[in-house]
Design a protein around this ligand. Structure first.
Ligand code: 6GU
Length: 250
């Protein structure tokens, strides 16, 4: 997968060099390219924002630098990138980011991110882009960040770990909390490793039993109890959708 990010703060995306995403890049499974928005300005002050038409607080990102930057990204398409990228625009007014959307994005060959600072990007940039490429406006939650860069980190990490060959064990994201199709709508329960006793606290006996059927049942019960406590809304959704899926009755 190829990922381009246009931002006024490329240094904000340095964590993409680390850990899982960094390794995916080093192994060639992920090609990440950062672009400085200010490189696409033409005035001496490298201006990227201006006051909003109609008045109000804050500043709005000017259309010209964004158009030039996105045109540069699209023009750099290689034979393997897909003709145009899917443009992902982080914004608190976007579609809620879920595991389902992460899987959808992981299926695209090329993503381009347009994280804004200030009050957002002039709407005409998004409208014009949508005429030539798929555009998804995405929110990572019901709170307001100072800019979209952290949302890019969140989305890229969630997408990268779904790419073929990026996780060590191809199965290891199948049981994730929120993964559609398995452990549906349930959060993961507690996990333990050695030693079996630590500071007087013992690992639940069932996990040492070697009885895999019993262990699987216990884990589903724990997941259910955890979900009921932390996210009763998910339990309600699961009840509405039917009890048949994986026999989660605890
Ligand atoms: Cl994607 N961007 C910003 N600036 N704030 C957010 C967000 C995104 N998602 C939730 N809050």
């Amino acid at each position: 997968m190829r990922i381009d990010v246009v931002t006024i703060f490329p240094e904000y995306l340095e964590p993409l060099n680390v850990s899982l995403v960094g390794k995916a890049r080093a192994s060639g499974r992920l090609d990440v390219r950062l672009h400085g928005l200010r490189e696409h300005t033409s005035d001496v002050h490298r201006t990227v924002d201006d006051s909003p038409y109609g008045g109000g607080p804050g500043m709005v990102m000017k259309p010209e630098p964004w158009a030039a930057a996105l045109e540069g990204v699209v023009a750099s398409a290689g034979p393997e990138d897909g003709a145009v990228p899917t443009l992902v625009v982080p914004t608190p007014s976007g579609r809620p980011f879920t595991q389902e959307l992460a899987q959808e994005l992981a299926g695209r060959p090329w993503l381009a991110f347009a994280p804004a600072r200030y009050e957002g990007i002039d709407r005409r940039v998004i409208e014009e882009a949508a005429e030539t490429m798929p555009v998804v406006e995405v929110s990572i939650g019901d709170y307001v960040l100072a800019g979209g860069e952290v949302a890019v980190l969140v989305i890229v990490e969630a997408v990268a770990r779904l790419l073929p060959g990026v996780l060590g064990n191809a199965e290891s994201h199948q049981d994730d909390s929120f993964a559609p199709g398995r452990m549906t709508d349930l959060l993961e329960g507690p996990v333990y490793t050695k030693p079996a006793e630590w500071r007087g606290r013992e690992v639940p006996e069932v996990l040492l039993s070697g009885n895999h059927g019993k262990i699987a049942r216990w884990r589903r019960e724990q997941a259910f109890a955890r979900t009921l406590a932390m996210r009763p809304d998910l339990v309600e959704r699961w009840r509405r959708d039917g009890m048949d899926k994986h026999d989660l009755r605890a």
